[in-house]
Design a protein around this ligand. Structure first.
Ligand code: PMP
Length: 409
């Protein structure tokens, strides 16, 4: 921990669940790409909301309504600053990254794409950034095209350039691959898409907890993420969209909260964000997400990035020497993820052996089957790091793998 720019063991104490024991051992949480653990400040903030502020959010109704509205809108402002968005009106609360992508497909996609139009995704995508576009393509007669990756798992920009053409209406891609950890050249991908006249959605589900997010620097049209992957609660996530674009887009769900005026003949919708927030939202968890952002800001995302990079290099160097271990995803620019297969063992056997030692990793297809198949595998074992992990966590992982191999480090 000497290399950490903060005291990692103190940080660990902020997370009650990291004090758990599993199979008689201290829990080592290395499943951060699936979901992250929550600091006490987030858990407490949600409790505080229900104990002192709970109401629906119509500010003027009464005192608690004002408190709940202030808490919810203050969380929206925190997200705005966290993403460096130009306006709070560009921040829409949704259930998660999946819902955000589906929202864009069901609104902007349905309203603007026509037979023959093309959508580009990358080979790295999570199923959440494949299936909604495939469904839309089937419905409207669109073509889905795929940017290939090289043998390290990095996007081939030359091949991408060849896919772009006047029929390209949307490029939708991930900033960090959940299966390999590849950090994609997002700014360049966005720029090239815009030059071709296409809109761009960036899937930030795996990047927000590891890299500084800056939607204005990226200049993407939409950006999506899930609260639970950035130390916040489940069931809350964010769709960022450029304000004009959001207001030009007709809403998806209709109901309370999203209207200015309703008669039986006609409804006038609010502008964004309300037009996309029909019904009572997940108020408490939005407030919890705000607390998670406060927590991340307190440590500092750049410091987190620097420490995690150190940890990733430390782990990569140890793991590549383990006999029979094949790392999948070896791009120079990576975040958090160490996907691998282990000769002679099924991935679920490795997962079970690690679980016996209290180590939580995901073994499976990580909802990204196309990219694993690109590397000739159906599943991998996937340890994934966060800032509360230590070199000692990595050492225990590595020792367990050596023991399983029947070899010595
Ligand atoms: N995109 C990526 C890159 C992801 O890793 C995930 C979650 N594994 C998602 C989208 C979907 O997020 P959620 O399940 O929280 O909606």
């Amino acid at each position: 921990a000497g290399h950490a720019p903060f005291d990692v063991n103190l940080i660990k104490k902020d997370f009650p669940i990291l004090q758990e024991r599993v199979n008689g051992r201290p829990l080592i949480w290395l499943d951060n790409a699936a979901t992250t653990q929550k600091p006490k400040s987030v858990i407490d903030r949600i409790t505080y909301f229900y104990e002192h502020e709970n109401s629906n959010i119509h500010r003027a109704a009464h005192e608690l309504a004002a408190r709940a509205t202030d808490a919810y809108e203050s969380a929206r402002s925190k997200v705005q600053v966290f993403l460096n968005a130009g306006s709070v009106n560009e921040i829409i609360f949704v259930r998660g990254a999946t819902e955000a992508i589906n929202l864009v497909a069901k609104t902007w996609g349905e309203q603007n794409l026509n037979a023959g139009d093309e959508i580009i995704v990358s080979n790295l995508e999570h199923h959440a950034n494949i299936v909604p576009w495939q469904q839309l393509a089937a419905k409207k007669g669109l073509k889905l095209r795929v940017i290939p990756v090289d043998d390290d798992g990095q996007i081939l920009l030359d091949e991408y350039a060849k896919l772009l053409n006047p029929k390209t209406k949307l490029v939708s891609f991930t900033q960090v691959s959940n299966a390999l950890g590849t950090v994609t050249p997002a700014k360049q991908i966005v720029e090239m898409a815009h030059q071709a006249g296409a809109k761009v959605l960036v899937d930030g589900a795996q990047s927000v907890s590891h890299l500084r997010s800056d939607v204005r620097a990226l200049n993407c049209d939409w950006f999506v993420f899930s609260g639970h992957k950035v130390f916040g609660p489940t069931g809350i996530g964010v769709l960022y969209g450029k304000e004009d674009l959001l207001n030009e887009t007709q809403p998806w769900q209709g109901g309370g909260n999203m209207i200015q005026d309703v008669t039986f003949e006609h409804t006038k919708f609010h502008d964004a964000p309300n037009r996309f927030e029909a019904g009572t939202g997940n108020i408490a968890d939005a407030v919890g997400l705000g607390a998670a952002i406060d927590y991340v800001n307190k440590i500092g995302i750049d410091v987190i990035h620097q420490y995690e990079h150190y940890l990733l290099v430390y782990a990569t160097n140890l793991m590549k020497d383990i006999p029979g271990l094949r790392l999948i995803g070896t791009a120079p620019d990576k975040a958090s993820v160490l996907s691998f297969v282990f000769e002679g063992y099924k991935t679920e056997e490795v997962g079970a052996a690690l679980n016996n030692e209290g180590i939580a990793v995901r073994s499976g297809h990580h909802c990204a089957q196309p990219i694993l198949r690109r590397f000739g595998v159906e599943t991998t074992v996937r340890p994934s790091l966060a800032f509360y992990n230590t070199c000692s966590d990595v050492d225990i992982l590595v020792e367990t793998l050596y023991r399983l191999r029947g070899a010595h480090r």
